[in-house]
Design a binder for this molecule. Structure first.
Ligand code: PGA
Length: 253
C-alpha cells in the first residue's frame, strides 16, 4: 500500500508574514492527519524556507524546496545547493517543474543532474513530468512523458529510485482551472508505472508514488486520488489557501 503524499508548491508567492501564517494554518488544519495517514509537504520560496520550517516544527508536515542546483558549492551566483537545503531543514525538493522546463528552459539532462544532486545530498526529489497541450492533441503524451521520465531517471540504481516521487503534471492543466479528468490522469499514471516496471521491476514500481498535479482543488482531489495509480497530488494555486490545502490533504485519506 502506498501512503498518499500531498505537497503544496507555493511558487513565487507569499511574503515573510504570509508564508508563516499559511504554514501555521496548514499545521493547525491538518492536525493528526499529516504524517500518520498521509505524507504532507509544503514548498515555499527559498527565502522563506527557514521561517516556514520553524512554523512547521511541532508538526509532521515536511518542508520542501522548489528547485536545487546540481553543483555542491562554488561560483554559481544565485544558485542553491542540496546541502544548503538540507541544512535549512528541507526533506523534499521539486525537480523539473514544468515552469522550469518551459519558462526557464531546463532540459532532461539538467533535471537528471539535479535529481542526482538532491539524492546525494539526502533530499527526496519530486520529479515532475508532463506534456504540453499541443503534444496531447498530437497524441504524443506517452512519448513525451516517457522521454522525460527516462531522461530524469537516467543512471539511477533501483536503490536510489525508491526515494523518488514522480509528479505527473500535464502542462495544459497547470494554473488553468482545466484539470485532467480522473480517467485521463489514471491512464498516464498507469503508463508511468508500466515504464517504471520495465526499468526497475514490479516490486519497486509498486512502491513508487506518483502524484497528479494541475488545477487540483478541494472539490476534485478525492476523485483524482481515488484512482488506483494516483498516489497523491502536487498542488499549486490551492496550496496558497490553508483551508483549501487542508481540505485536499483530508481528501487523500
Ligand atoms: P496548479 O499548479 O495547482 O496551480 O495548477 C500545480 C503545479 O504547478 O504544481
Amino acid at each position: 500500500m502506498r501512503k498518499p503524499f500531498v505537497a503544496g508548491n507555493w511558487k513565487m508567492n507569499t511574503d515573510s508574514h504570509g508564508a508563516v501564517k499559511l504554514a501555521e494554518g496548514v499545521v493547525s488544519g491538518c492536525g493528526e492527519t499529516a504524517g500518520h495517514k498521509v505524507d504532507v509537504a509544503v514548498c515555499p520560496p527559498f527565502v522563506y524556507l527557514q521561517q516556514v520550517g520553524k512554523a512547521l516544527h511541532s508538526s509532521h508536515i515536511a518542508l520542501g524546496a522548489q528547485d536545487v542546483y546540481f553543483e555542491q558549492k562554488g561560483a554559481f551566483t544565485g544558485e542553491i545547493s542540496a546541502a544548503m537545503l538540507k541544512d535549512t531543514g528541507c526533506a523534499y525538493v521539486i525537480c523539473g517543474h514544468s515552469e522550469r522546463r518551459h519558462v526557464i528552459g531546463e532540459t532532461d539532462e539538467l533535471i537528471n543532474k539535479k535529481v542526482k544532486a538532491a539524492l546525494a545530498g539526502g533530499l527526496l526529489p519530486i520529479l515532475c513530468v508532463g506534456e504540453l497541450l499541443e503534444q496531447r492533441e498530437a497524441d504524443e503524451t506517452a512519448d513525451v512523458v516517457s522521454r522525460q521520465l527516462r531522461g530524469g531517471l537516467a543512471g539511477f540504481s533501483e536503490e536510489k529510485v525508491a526515494a523518488i516521487t514522480i509528479a505527473y503534471e500535464p502542462v495544459w492543466a497547470i494554473g488553468t482551472g482545466r484539470t485532467a479528468t480522473p480517467e485521463q490522469a489514471q491512464e498516464v499514471h498507469a503508463m508511468i508505472r508500466g515504464l517504471l516496471t520495465e526499468m526497475y521491476g514490479k516490486k519497486l514500481s509498486q512502491e513508487i508514488r506518483i502524484q497528479y498535479g494541475g488545477s487540483v482543488k478541494p472539490d476534485n482531489a478525492a476523485e483524482l486520488m481515488g484512482k488506483e495509480d494516483v498516489d497523491g497530488v502536487l498542488v499549486g494555486g490551492a496550496s496558497l489557501k490553508a483551508d483549501d490545502f487542508v481540505a485536499i490533504v483530508k481528501a487523500a485519506v
